[in-house]
Design a protein around this ligand. Structure first.
Ligand SMILES: Cc1cc2nc3c(=O)[nH]c(=O)nc-3n(C[C@H](O)[C@H](O)[C@H](O)COP(=O)(O)OP(=O)(O)OC[C@H]3O[C@@H](n4cnc5c(N)ncnc54)[C@H](O)[C@@H]3O)c2cc1C
Length: 505
């Protein structure tokens, strides 16, 4: 048995632990700095309110079924999924709104109401996006690329053409829809990845496609936190050791090999180390030596995703105008993204998302109360944009005004619980570089072969999993990343020296 240490009990860390332990060839220990597992997919319980803190939209459920099956478990026995219908409501800046639904007749009704005659365009959109989903997932997302020549094959270059790899998402969506509201409704999903639809590659039409036509959108009974809870339980059942409140301060490297990790000056030996900590932080803070393209200065030159300004609110009344998932788009859709990603300043007229899970699950709040989380995409931390206390207070007031203007009348009078999370918390709680909530960005030069890989090129026995390595951010993608790094380790296994742990000890 090889002794493996995984740093971090995020979704990626736990999924990797499950897969490796299930092979019977590894004894896995996860060391997590916080007192709870799940990483960004976490939970906050205050005065009878239970908030999921990060992810709220569960997509691509086949990925979790496959993960649990690899461990000999039936996913549905651990997590009960509730399909959302409708998926969500999108409120546009002009005061109009539309429902997005995987029920075709509902969807066509909504589309025709906004843009009469658009139905054939919608079918063409689904056909195109479905192709992107299938090609993108099979040929690029679910594959390890070892070297440039594996990626840049003649057939891949042809496939990249079919994915309109060089087109931008918003421009591509505009080929199918004339009304700007529909262009917004089918491009805003790039914000699930923390990137602008004006910069995101066209392939991300696969996001609305998965929600509307492939698998749908789900909510696990008990909340999203039911997923990491089940993952930790299955991992422990198989023998994975998960230790919380263990802040790893260094990955020990000797003679070009990872030998273990250090906590408070104490060395814990391992044959393999896998870092689930955000990859840029792993390089700048956990390794003594790093290549020139992995230094703090180098990361500052790389595009990162947005951060997220979060309000977790318990109210003493229920807002019936809200569905479970509600998107409110800025009156100036494009400028909002330019402010977040180009100027990197607080948006003047922000888009935001309200999660009101009480519509599906009454246990998230005391009777007669509402549980709301408000997510506002904002710029991550930069030397200029420090999100100091005054900026945060001013922005919070702006958001409350916007929420009240857009229908949540007298919201501030009804708040009984308020927790605010800013880029500082994302940075400090989970060690996310620059407080970028979704990690490294996903432009065309930061995906596939161009994204930092899951194996350290310069340190033997050191691997990565999570949002800032391949294939990318989002709960299903980091789970797929766990499968990729497991395959990578199994392929490398025969090359590993034996009993490194004994030598290091
Ligand atoms: C606000 C928000 C909303 C989101 N919404 C969605 C959504 O709706 N759907 C979706 O699919 N995705 C969503 N995401 C993205 C998704 O949450 C992430 O991509 C995913 O959870 C990242 O998992 P990860 O494996 O990279 O690990 P992380 O969540 O980054 O976990 C890494 C773990 O490592 C630990 N750690 C860090 N440093 C150390 C150390 N030195 N020692 C020990 N442990 C350490 C951290 O505490 C953490 O637990 C959202 C993210 C955010 C922030």
């Amino acid at each position: 048995m090889r002794n493996v240490i995984i740093i971090g009990a995020g979704i990626g860390g736990m999924a990797t632990a499950m897969r490796l332990q299930a092979t019977g060839q590894f004894q896995v220990t996860i060391l997590e700095k916080n007192s709870t597992v799940g990483g960004r997919a976490n939970i906050l319980e205050v005065d009878g309110f239970r908030f999921d803190t990060g992810p709220s939209l569960l997509l691509m459920t086949d990925v979790y079924k496959d993960l649990f099956a690899a461990c000999g478990e039936e996913f549905s026995e651990w997590v009960k999924l509730i399909k959302m219908e409708p998926n969500y409501e999108v409120h546009f800046g002009d005061g109009t709104s539309m429902v997005m639904s995987s029920d075709l007749s509902t969807m066509i009704g909504e589309l025709e109401r906004i843009e009469p005659g658009v139905t054939p365009g919608y079918y063409r959109f689904l056909e195109d996006a479905g192709k992107k989903y299938r090609i993108g997932r099979k040929q690029f997302v679910e594959k390890n690329f070892n070297k440039a020549s594996d990626f840049f094959t003649a057939s891949n270059l042809k496939l990249l053409g079919q994915l309109n790899a060089l087109d931008k998402l918003y421009t591509h969506v505009s080929k199918f829809f004339k009304d700007d509201r529909l262009r917004q409704a089918f491009s805003m999903q790039s914000m699930y990845l923390g990137i602008s639809p004006f910069d995101a590659p066209a392939v991300y039409t696969l996001l609305p496609y998965t929600e509307l036509a492939e698998d749908g959108l789900y909510y696990p009974e008990g909340g999203i936190y039911a997923l990491p809870t089940a993952m930790a339980a299955v991992a422990r059942k198989m023998g994975v050791v998960i230790e919380t409140d263990q802040n790893v301060t260094q990955i020990m490297v000797k003679d070009g090999k990872a030998r273990g990790v250090c906590i408070d000056g104490e060395m814990l030996p391992a044959d393999l180390v896998i870092s689930n900590v955000d990859l840029p932080y792993t390089y700048t803070n956990l390794l003594e030596k790093r290549p020139a393209n992995r230094t703090e200065a180098a990361w500052k030159k790389q595009p990162f995703t947005s951060s997220a300004f979060m309000l977790y609110l318990g109210t003493d009344k229920i807002y019936p105008e809200l569905g479970h998932h509600n998107f409110y788009l800025s009156g100036d859709y494009k400028r909002n993204f330019e402010e977040i990603f180009d100027a990197k300043v607080p948006p003047r007229d922000p888009s935001f998302y309200i999660n009101a899970p009480g519509r599906t699950d009454p246990t998230v709040a005391p009777p007669g109360h509402d549980n709301l989380f408000v997510l506002v995409p904002i710029p991550h931390l930069t030397d200029q944009m420090t999100w100091d206390e005054a900026q945060i207070e001013k922005f919070k007031t702006k958001i409350y005004e916007a929420l009240e203007e857009r229908g949540l009348t007298d919201l501030r009078k009804h708040i009984v619980v308020e927790r605010v999370v800013t880029p500082h918390e994302w940075r400090d709680l989970y060690n996310l570089k620059f407080g970028a909530a979704f990690g490294l960005s996903h432009g065309i030069l930061q995906v596939g072969y161009f994204r930092p890989g899951n194996k350290a090129p310069d340190v033997d026995g050191l691997y990565f999993v999570g949002a800032s390595t391949v294939p990318g951010t989002g709960v299903p993608l980091v789970c797929l990343g766990a499968k990729l790094v497991t395959e990578r380790i199994l392929a490398d296994f025969s090359e590993l020296p034996t009993a490194v742990s004994q030598e290091a000890a």
